[in-house]
Design a protein around this ligand. Structure first.
Ligand code: RIB
Ligand code: CA
Length: 323
């Protein structure tokens, strides 16, 4: 089976790093680049998290890492450090000689999709600032993207940073709406609620099983995700949440999807109270759909995919203190 060319656009903390591991190691993935966007944690911490992730997989320097937008289009950046800590559990490594690709992340998105028009998919698992910037810079960008898989919003369900908004759409709602209106032929949305909370959240016992496989990746997973599962449980979420890795997983393994449907999706940008709220209108409302929203996935199969990934032995390129 031919590998799927993909760029991961990420705010590089916790499950974002699991997504990068999946992109590096899944036999169906052809990971072309990593583009970073302001989100979860400080940008410099994101850079460290990205390289540490590549390093633990034994792939340091094997995939270009590009810095994208360091702040939302219009709003002030708001972190999720209260949820994820630094996003890699305090791990550190010698980054001497490790460099970001000098090309801007948005330019990289434009170039990579222009070099292979219609062939490259993008998995966007942070605020959509980079994607929206690419649309604004080049109106032909959307038509060149094979598929855009977005982790964001909630499908008529609860938010996580506010009662009504999911973090990625909340941080840059203007960017999210630009993307919803951009005319991507295959826009697939993986929402926070109800999908992630039901089908991509693993309880503490299951989580502990993923953390005790005796491999560098399993140890790394525990360090990255401990802060987030602690936060999740403190706010009534029963376990470790993995919406980002699910988003890439269903691009690579569409058989994981048990239910999806066409929706018209829009994002609140005017209201303070409901900033970033995703309005996902199903067919009853007779609106022209702009996205496919994933409604259910095979949780056991997804867990098996993650377990197989984390059980894979790797030899980190450089020592990581704390592992
Ligand atoms: O709301 C969940 C999303 O916000 C995930 O992508 C997580 O990494 C954070 O960015
Ligand atoms: Ca993310």
């Amino acid at each position: 089976m031919a590998r799927i060319p993909v760029v991961i656009d990420t705010d590089t903390a916790q499950d974002d790093c699991v997504t990068i591991l999946l992109g590096l190691m899944d036999e169906r993935a052809d990971l072309r680049a990593i583009t970073m966007v302001a989100g979860n944690v400080s940008f410099d911490q994101q850079v460290a998290n990205a390289h540490t992730t590549l390093n633990v997989a034994g792939r340091l320097g094997s995939v270009p890492v590009h810095e994208g937008c360091r702040r939302p289009l219009r709003r002030e950046w708001e972190s999720a450090e209260n949820v994820h800590g630094d996003g890699s559990g305090g791990l550190s490594m010698d980054l001497d000689g490790v460099h970001l690709d000098p090309e801007d992340g948005v330019d990289a998105l434009l170039r990579i999709t222009a070099e292979d028009p219609g062939e490259v998919s993008i998995v966007a698992i942070g605020p959509l600032t980079n994607i929206a910037s690419a649309v604004l810079r080049d109106p032909g960008f959307a038509a060149r993207v094979r598929s855009l898989y977005v982790m964001g919003g909630s499908n008529n369900g609860r938010g996580n940073i506010t009662a009504s908004a999911e973090y990625n759409f909340y941080v840059d709602p203007e960017a999210a709406q630009i993307v919803m209106d951009a005319g991507f032929d295959d826009l697939v949305i993986v929402p926070w609620a109800p999908l992630t909370l039901r089908d991509a959240t693993f309880d503490r016992a299951t989580y502990n099983g993923l953390c005790s496989l005796g491999t560098p990746l399993s140890d790394f997973f525990r360090r990255m995700c401990d802060a987030t599962i602690d936060f999740d449980e403190s706010v009534g979420v029963d376990g470790s949440t993995h919406p980002d890795s699910l988003t890439l997983a269903i691009l690579l393994h569409p058989e994981l999807v048990l239910a999806s449907a066409p929706y018209r999706v829009d994002v609140e940008t005017a209201s303070t109270l409901t900033r970033g709220h995703s309005v996902m209108a199903w067919s009853t409302f007779d609106l022209t759909p702009n996205a496919t929203v994933v409604e259910a996935v095979d949780k056991a199969a997804f867990l098996g995919l993650l377990r197989g990934l984390l059980a894979t032995p790797t030899r980190p390129d450089r020592p990581v203190s704390g592992l």
